[in-house]
Ligand binder design. Structure first.
Ligand SMILES: [Zn+2]
Length: 294
């Protein structure tokens, strides 16, 4: 299965972040915090059967049929008062859409991923320029094409953080993702894998206090990919959850229906969705931002 790694780019333990129990996070997150999030959306479309399990009894009952579904590709600007400016996922680089082959996207990806349908309102380079300060790092929910599509605009020396073992994830799609990811990561330092320990409180697969000050947490939420990450930020207006591709669609979130064909392992994917739903119920003040729809 090693042949199906998302990338063979080297990886190392992240130099930041501390594994903590979920109770540590949950005791803190309802207190307003110092992190600001600005979410930037690009437009895309995909088959609904990819982002929603249409065989789920609820989807069958609702009469949902496969169709082209309008979705968003997000980049989240994270501003921390002392650690500075970071991104969660990379958004869309206009250069990537206009010349995917020139950016190293393999022909299978170009043919089947409809890159020409990606429409960036703000190219990743414009997002970075608008901040007016250096980009200190990028936290990847996972290494799929629609999440690395802004990489050509990210300076080569900026650290890229992933979940532990994310580069090893064994989804079949990775076979075709690997060459593209390798090209996009070429010339960059090793991927920095955030570390996770078993959650003593048993609610998640693992939680990491990223800046060590209880303001921004990564949650290990496997299923869509092995090392998939979701994030919780403490903002002045309350906690904000970035689910990543644990849930792509609004309908899926509201009806507890996991993604369709776009996932590595179904049961862990369902478990991760239900765990994030439970988290949001325990913290009703939480703003939830889904993977690909508002
Ligand atoms: Zn995605």
């Amino acid at each position: 299965m090693k042949a199906f790694k998302t990338t063979t780019h080297s990886s190392t333990r992240a130099s930041i972040g501390t594994p903590v129990g979920s109770a540590v996070m949950e005791d803190l997150i309802d207190q307003p915090g110092p992190v600001e999030i600005r979410t930037v959306a690009a437009d895309w479309e995909v088959p609904l059967s990819g982002v929603l399990n249409l065989k789920h009894p609820k989807a069958v009952q609702a009469g949902l049929k496969d169709r082209k579904e309008a979705i968003k590709i997000y980049a989240h600007v994270v501003r921390h008062p002392t650690h500075g400016f970071f991104l969660v996922d990379t958004g869309v680089s206009r250069q990537f859409v206009e010349d995917p082959a020139g950016e190293g996207v393999g022909w299978v990806m170009r043919k089947f991923q409809a890159i020409d349908k990606m429409k960036a309102q703000e190219s990743t380079s414009e997002i970075i320029e608008a901040e007016g300060v250096p980009l200190n790092g990028v936290f990847m929910t996972h290494l799929h094409l629609d999440h690395v599509s802004g990489l050509p605009d990210i300076p080569k020396d900026v650290p890229i953080y992933t979940g532990a073992d994310e580069p090893e994830a064994t989804l079949f799609l990775n076979l075709i993702a690997q060459g593209t990811n390798n090209n996009l990561l070429d010339g960059r330092p090793p991927l920095q894998e955030l570390q996770f320990a078993k959650d003593p409180d048993g609610r998640f697969e693992g939680v990491n206090d990223v800046f060590g000050d209880g303001s921004f947490f990564a949650i290990l939420t496997p299923g869509h990919t092995t090392g998939h990450l979701s994030f919780v930020a403490r903002t002045p207006a309350g906690p904000e959850l970035l689910t990543g591709d644990v849930c792509h669609t609004r309908w899926g979130w509201e009806n507890d229906v996991e993604p369709g064909t776009f996932l590595a392992e179904r049961q862990p994917s369902i478990d991760s969705l239900l765990k994030l739903k439970a988290l949001s119920k325990r913290h009703p003040n939480m703003t939830v931002k889904l993977g690909h729809q508002p």
